[in-house]
Design a protein around this ligand. Structure first.
Ligand code: ARG
Length: 459
């Protein structure tokens, strides 16, 4: 079959070499964007008088027909036509004849493919932002139901101090808010039109790039044609933002997996987000959370893949760029679905409030309360720390907790200790009393929830 670029070639490529060079198996995901870009380009060609209006209309009508066929799933793409751009052009030729050949005036596949990717990512990131927002809403709702749910806060995965479960959920809300901001900023770099840069140097035709930008609803256009066709920063930024977001989801999933274990039993995921075992009838596994944790690896890999592809490329276009797509598609699909799963999983999970609270009652996570009590009664914090440390050790040896130590013993240790120490030692009060801004105190958590709700409402 003759190639669209076949003029200066005598010989023919063998099929397996064509297959190696082709991108159609994956770049067909941008077929709708490719047609959209072509429609704007041809409109501009007529508007500037570069091609006659009737011919432009014929081309537009042909492209619109292809668009309908594409939506109906009637376009079959072939490896012989190499990529999405040439597949569409060859369908257009079949549809309207040789006039289709005028579409590629003042354009190259280099600015065309870049435009397709800008259009594709713009749609993905806008969709993504809505999904992050939805997940943030779910987190805030769950937090509002759990302000008074007490759980152990951890450092080194050891019980540290009691916290409100809402506070823990809101920490993820904050991370996801930063993720959303990063994607919103990413949009500024995505919203730039490369079309009109042609192969690398611009064109001798009197094109109107601003007209095309307006047609395609781009905020601005690339200032330098070499940069326009060889910039993949906007994809790298997307991949990097995605890697950071997946890291957040993965940390959360790791916690969910721990919390679902028999040892913790803090939460139970609904059946729809769990799976069973083919051999062990009792099993209920948090597979979806494990998969999000696992898929974080491929999202990191996609970022490093493209960074590595880019690092040695001279200006301007190089075929290496074709390797930019699969990781981008894979990342987009992975993160969009992961967000849906996270939101569903958190929305429907059962929180075992009793178990969570109980696990802060048979531990020493109230040791800081005792040290703070002493420090606020004139003992230096260092001395207080030493005293409490020694007492914890003796409690461990005796198999009791700080709340079990008799008042007489406390007063022997330090006479400033009064009977009010016992209420300070309760984990509920340990949480309640942390009024410092951004702390886990109920008033602070309620303030965070209100701030988050009004923020979400504003967006
Ligand atoms: N399939 C190509 C890619 O994805 C399109 C651009 C081809 N340009 C070229 N000069 N060979 O990068």
């Amino acid at each position: 079959m003759a190639k669209l670029w076949g003029g200066r070639f005598d010989g023919q490529n063998e099929a397996w070499i064509d297959a190696f060079g082709a991108s159609i198996l994956f770049d067909q995901k941008m077929a709708a964007q490719d047609i959209k870009g072509s429609l704007a380009h041809v409109k501009m060609l007529a508007h500037t008088g570069i091609i006659p209006r009737e011919e432009a209309e014929q081309i537009s009508a042909g492209l619109e027909k292809l668009q309908t066929k594409l939506t109906a799933g009637e376009l079959e793409f072939t490896v012989e036509n190499e990529d999405v751009h040439m597949n569409i052009e060859s369908y257009l030729t079949a549809e309207i004849g040789t006039v289709a050949g005028k579409l590629h005036t003042a354009r190259s596949r280099n600015d065309q493919v870049a435009t397709d990717m800008h259009l594709y990512l713009k749609e993905v990131v806008n969709q993504l932002i809505l999904k992050i927002q939805h997940f943030r809403n779910v987190l805030v709702e769950k937090a509002a139901e759990n302000v008074h749910t007490i759980m152990p806060g951890y450092t080194h995965l050891q019980h540290a101090q009691p916290i409100s479960f809402a506070h823990h959920l809101l920490a993820y809300y904050e991370m996801l808010t930063r993720d959303q901001t990063r994607f919103t900023e990413n949009l500024q770099r995505i919203d730039v039109l490369p079309l009109g840069s042609a192969a690398l140097a611009g064109t001798t035709f009197p094109i109107d790039r601003f007209f095309v930008a307006n047609e395609l609803d781009f905020g601005t256009i690339y200032a330098n044609s070499l940069d326009a066709v060889s910039d993949r920063d906007f994809i790298l930024e997307f991949l990097s933002n995605s890697a950071i977001m997946m890291m957040h989801l993965s940390r959360f999933c790791e916690e969910l997996i721990l919390w679902c274990s028999h040892e913790f039993s803090f939460v139970e995921l609904t059946d729809s987000f769990s799976t069973g075992s083919s051999i062990m009838p009792q099993k209920k596994n948090p597979d979806m959370a494990e998969l999000i944790r696992g898929k974080t690896g491929r999202v990191y890999g996609n970022l490093f893949g493209l960074l590595t592809v880019m690092k040695g490329l001279p200006l301007a276009y190089n075929k290496d760029f074709q390797e930019d797509k699969e990781g981008m598609f894979d990342t987009a699909e992975t993160i969009l679905t992961s967000l849906d799963i996270m939101a569903g999983m958190i929305d429907t999970m059962k929180v075992n409030k009793e178990t969570m609270a109980q696990s802060t009652e048979s531990d020493f996570s109230n040791a800081t309360e005792l040290a703070d009590y002493l420090a606020s009664h004139g003992v230096t914090f260092r001395e207080a720390h030493e005293i409490v440390g020694k007492l914890v050790l003796s409690c461990i040896q005796r198999g009791i907790y700080l709340q079990d130590v008799p008042l007489a013993e406390y007063q022997k240790i330090k006479s400033v200790i009064g009977s009010d120490i016992y209420e300070k030692l309760s984990s509920y009060n340990a949480v309640k009393n942390r009024h410092s801004y951004g702390g886990t105190g109920f008033d602070q958590v309620e303030f965070q929830i209100k701030a988050a709700q009004s923020q979400l409402q504003k967006e």
